[in-house]
Design a protein around this ligand. Sequence first.
Ligand SMILES: [Zn+2]
Ligand SMILES: [Zn+2]
Length: 143
Amino acid sequence: MTSQTHDPIPYEQTSDYRWTEAAFELLESGALTARVMTNDNVSSAVVEGACPRCVHQFADRRALTVVTSGIGGSRSGAQGMGGTHLGEPGGTDGYQVVLDITCSCGVAHPIDASGAAGSNTAGGCGVSFRIELAGPATAGGRP
Ligand SMILES: [Zn+2]
Ligand SMILES: [Zn+2]
């Protein structure tokens, strides 16, 4: 809706909470998508869509460390090692994943080096935000 210039906004490393809020609104509107795919006991999160700050398209894919329920043969439960502990061995199929995303739109946002050496650029606008994913058991959770 806003009609701004076509120049990329300057790079700025920020993790202000408003970008997390903006990302949530983009998720709600569908301009940004986040999903978890599980393949061969390895889960990965894929976040694609518009950056909440610079509005460029980006894609972020990363592996998740999710403890699955005991398939794999290691019978020695490493107790007291402080390992990842997700959920309870009860059978609820839901999961909750928190992703810290940094913009990786690939567009060269100018680093505003005031007076310093040459015109450096960065791929991505520098914003960091958080996305929380929960699923797939979403039976009447949201208002
Ligand atoms: Zn960008
Ligand atoms: Zn961005």
